[in-house]
Design a protein around this ligand. Sequence first.
Ligand SMILES: *[C@@H]1O[C@H](CO)[C@@H](O)[C@H](O)[C@H]1NC(C)=O
Ligand SMILES: *[C@@H]1O[C@H](CO)[C@@H](O)[C@H](O)[C@H]1NC(C)=O
Ligand SMILES: *[C@@H]1O[C@H](CO)[C@@H](O)[C@H](O)[C@H]1NC(C)=O
Ligand SMILES: *[C@@H]1O[C@H](CO)[C@@H](O)[C@H](O)[C@H]1NC(C)=O
Ligand SMILES: *[C@@H]1O[C@H](CO)[C@@H](O)[C@H](O)[C@H]1NC(C)=O
Length: 451
Amino acid sequence: MKWQKKIFLALIVICTVSLLLHHGGHFTWNMEAFRFGCSHQYPGSKPKHTNIVFLKTHKTASTTMQNILFRFAERNNLMVALPVQACGHQFCYPRSFSSHFVHLHTLRPNLITNHMRFNKTALQRLMPNDTLYITILREPASMFESLFTYYSRHCMSFRRVPNGSLEAFLAEPFRYYRPQEVESMYARNTLTFDLGGDKDHPSKDLAYAQNFVAEVEKVFSLVMISEYFDESLILLRHLLSWDLEDILYVKLNMRTESSKKRLSPGLPEKIRAWNSIDTYLYEYFNASFWLKLSDLGLDCVAKEVQLLRQVQERLMRSCFGGKMPLPRPAAEIKNKDLRPWQPSDKVDIVGYDLPVNISHEAQEHCLKYIMPEISYTRILLHSQSLRHRRSYQNRPPQKSHILQHHMRTTLPRHSQVRLSQPAPSVDQSPDSGTESKSNVKRSEGTTKLGL
Ligand SMILES: *[C@@H]1O[C@H](CO)[C@@H](O)[C@H](O)[C@H]1NC(C)=O
Ligand SMILES: *[C@@H]1O[C@H](CO)[C@@H](O)[C@H](O)[C@H]1NC(C)=O
Ligand SMILES: *[C@@H]1O[C@H](CO)[C@@H](O)[C@H](O)[C@H]1NC(C)=O
Ligand SMILES: *[C@@H]1O[C@H](CO)[C@@H](O)[C@H](O)[C@H]1NC(C)=O
Ligand SMILES: *[C@@H]1O[C@H](CO)[C@@H](O)[C@H](O)[C@H]1NC(C)=O
């Protein structure tokens, strides 16, 4: 009996040591963040907030934020609402969000982050009542330059411009811009449009912008600012009682330096005038962002940012074989799932490849940090559908599942925004709670779309 006890004890020691080796790092960072950072609470003393709407705006580093949320959801076994296949990987953007766009295998969600046009009423019916709303804004001049380049082939307002010249567009925007055209939302007040506002409201009506800002402020607990992404994450982590490891990231969906244009003098002012509602939004929320940072304490925020960057560097080294990874053009990335979507041959969106010689365990862990949004959305839908089937496998088959199966299709990115007809309404299973039964509209759309 004695030797059994010894083996048992030895096993315990081995387990403890390996546990410490695996999780010790996280533990130390959290303690450091607690000691030097802005926390007043002992790490882990308050439950992490898990019910979140992140309104993903365009060209604002929101893909990186989405990746943070996807990984958080996977680690914590949370449900992420994902679009039905007919919507592509976005919730039928640019149509206003509706719960009909949500895949029924992802209902009763904790989180929602894929691109959508914001609709507060529809989201409030879908999400738990303690959901926190978060979004991100970017300085309008640099954002517009990014949109202009990224959507140069997709947005007609930009395609009409001779020589693809941003200067030419801004000299006479109404010569090229048609407010009613599909994809016109990339050409004016895109942030306002994504937030559900009127991108074409006359700019002299200042009251509109003021009311709109007040509405956004009422709904959103945190408006992050792209220019201060790390500081935004610190505010996020405190709002949600998350640990430092929950906000680790690798930058995603970036352009190569050569596809960025330097703005000539005078251009930023013209862009801001053309996008006046976005500019009003941005200035307001940048100011309130800095007030929030001061409330938390600029010194401790700076320390947490520094700590975040240290831990991030360690992560990159462990993931990319001892070196920082070099972002590469998509064509050079061996793993197809890791190639980001390319909007046109004029813009290179860079991604990463994993070194092949790291451990399988490290590959699994690191892969998710660099997974582009379309691949990650697909993988998440697959794993959540499996989970859904397991929990409902004893139920009799439902018609809606069969219907959905027929509708399955893979629309290329952006094709959904060219639909002038209503996108398909997908009826929801009786277990979807909320508004499902009264809104059943089956079959409409499938034939019109010619799927
Ligand atoms: C927002 O959603 C609600 C509830 O689903 C719907 O009644 C309303 O028409 C939607 N708003 C827009 C602008 O589509
Ligand atoms: C939120 O929902 C829970 C149960 O779903 C309920 O007990 C609670 O009272 C609700 N809270 C509010 C503020 O409506
Ligand atoms: C477009 O480029 C061509 C050749 O570079 C130039 O001659 C022409 O004036 C440009 N057009 C405009 C509207 O800038
Ligand atoms: C945001 O606000 C801060 C504080 O007022 C200011 O220093 C900074 O220049 C603003 N950032 C931008 C990009 O406008
Ligand atoms: C993987 O290979 C690279 C160069 O090929 C090397 O620098 C790195 O140290 C290797 N990493 C591991 C974990 O063996």
